[in-house]
Design a protein around this ligand. Structure first.
Ligand SMILES: C[S@@+](CC[C@H](N)C(=O)[O-])C[C@H]1O[C@@H](n2cnc3c(N)ncnc32)[C@H](O)[C@@H]1O
Length: 453
């Protein structure tokens, strides 16, 4: 963690600043909100349209996009619970002395998902940084104002609402008599308490991180880093979820061999019962876990993509901005993504830039804008090989902008150039280009519009 500095984003979720990149990994307006707004909500149409959804999360980081997607699927899947109880009724589950037993394969084949069909969501996650990926489940997904408040002055206020009302007064008083807390108070105020909707709608389902821990320990086995070593510094502790750490320690100590889990009774009592507290919840957890097939490819995404022979319904592209990571915005890399998009699939990204949009256009994508109906703003770019997936196509002005110098794309022949070489190649093309500059284009367009008026 020494290379990163965690911070609270405005919705209460945790963001990371990287010293090496001198850049933030997450929007300061809300890491989790962004995941929902730019990736999950725009995927909703496909998620409800198709069976056996496949998703590619390019630049998994600490996994907000995947977590939000999993959360969406679990929360929509109200039938998980129903199934469980109907199985008890049908005596498919045995209950001996209060211990519930169930055959995993049995439950797996009986899971109903979003629209009642049997479905499995495959999510392939790419990132170059294994430390972040392995840490991802342990980051508190949302730090609520209540949690922040209760850490700062425990036991003074016990009501969430009164906290909201009193926060200003409270911050003033506390910073006056406890100047040591000044930083926390500032953080607390900086949050601006915008996370009420996170509380209600977007909050990550509690099973999600447990599922990720299970998957990561399954994949990395003994190599999975010692959890104690991961969070060595006291100042970072508040950013991590204690119960998840305990759970991971338990897994590491006792091992967790799925093949021996034909009968879940021991597991229920020893692990999920302890950590998820209610037995019924544990069964839901098992059912939720069975919904997902999650894979991690830890390497330069340019290398990983070439190993993947799969067609995806949704591709999330959440790389750093193109000036920092041109490797993942080049015509050639995007071409690899295009090849792996299932018919009618969508590629989603937060970027609204002419360069990114032009790179997509050059690869024959239909390109449009992601619209947030709540904020009534365009918040990103959607691209597809099927025109009907684009609800808000680029308008003539935006398409024109893509054809200016600003839209000149990056090239990375053989997907192996260094970042510096990719940038230099574009700069050369930029200098020798006869295209209009974006500012000239904008001026001309403004003049034309004025004349029309
Ligand atoms: C903006 S952050 C992504 C945030 C992430 N979606 C999340 O929810 O935390 C960019 C990510 O790109 C990863 N990255 C940078 N260069 C990469 C490369 N060449 N291949 C794969 N991942 C890369 C970084 O490790 C970082 O996690």
């Amino acid at each position: 963690m020494r290379d990163y500095e965690p911070y609270y984003t405005e919705d209460g979720s945790i963001g990371l600043y990287s010293y090496a990149d001198n850049d933030v990994y997450h929007s300061k307006f809300g890491a989790l909100t962004e995941a929902w707004e730019k990736f999950v909500i725009p995927s909703e149409k496909i998620l409800t349209q198709k069976d056996n959804i496949k998703v590619l999360d390019v630049c998994f980081g600490i996994g907000y996009n995947t977590k939000a997607l999993m959360s969406f699927v679990i929360n929509k899947n109200k039938k998980i619970k129903k199934n469980f109880f109907s199985k008890i009724k049908n005596k498919k589950l045995k209950i001996n002395n209060g211990i519930v037993s169930i055959d995993i394969n049995n439950i797996n084949s009986n899971i109903d998902t979003i629209d009642g069909n049997n479905k499995l969501i495959k999510i392939d996650c790419l990132d170059i940084n294994d430390e972040l990926v392995k840490l991802s489940p342990f980051f508190k997904t949302v730090k609520t104002p209540y949690e922040i408040y209760s850490q700062i002055v425990p036991d003074i206020f016990d009501c969430f609402d009164s906290y909201y009302k009193l926060r200003e007064i409270f911050a003033n008083i506390v910073s006056a008599f406890a100047p040591k807390n000044r930083i926390e108070i500032k953080e607390l105020l900086d949050l601006k308490f915008k996370n009420m909707h996170i509380e209600k709608e977007y909050k990550v389902n509690e099973f999600v991180n447990y599922i990720l821990i299970n998957r990561l320990s399954e994949l990395y086995g003994r190599d999975y880093p010692n959890i104690k070593k991961l969070m060595p510094e006291k100042r970072f502790r508040r950013f991590f979820d204690k119960s998840l750490i305990q759970y991971a320690k338990f897994n590491q100590k006792w091992g967790y061999n799925k093949s021996s889990l034909g009968i879940l009774s021991t597991l229920l009592h020893n692990i999920y019962y302890d950590h998820l507290s209610k037995r019924n919840k544990s069964m839901d957890f098992k059912a939720a876990e069975c919904l997902f097939d999650i894979n991690f490819y830890i390497n330069d995404a340019r290398k990983s993509i070439l190993r993947i022979n799969e067609l995806y319904d949704c591709i999330f592209l959440d790389a750093f901005t193109y000036t920092k990571a041109p490797q993942l915005w080049s015509v050639e890399f995007i071409a690899e993504l295009y090849k792996r998009l299932a018919p009618g699939g969508v590629l989603l990204t937060y970027s609204n830039s002419a360069l990114v949009r032009n790179t997509l256009l050059e690869n024959n994508f239909y390109v449009g804008k992601i619209y947030n109906s709540k904020t009534q703003k365009f918040v990103g770019t959607i691209a597809s090989n099927d025109k009907s997936q684009i609800d808000y196509p680029l308008d003539n002005y935006e398409i024109g902008l893509c054809g200016t110098k600003a839209g000149i794309p990056y090239h990375d022949p053989n997907l192996s150039f260094s970042k510096e070489d990719i940038i230099a190649l574009r700069e050369y093309e930029f200098r020798h280009s006869n295209l209009a500059s974006s500012s000239k284009y904008m001026k001309t367009r403004r003049k034309e519009e004025n004349n029309e008026i």
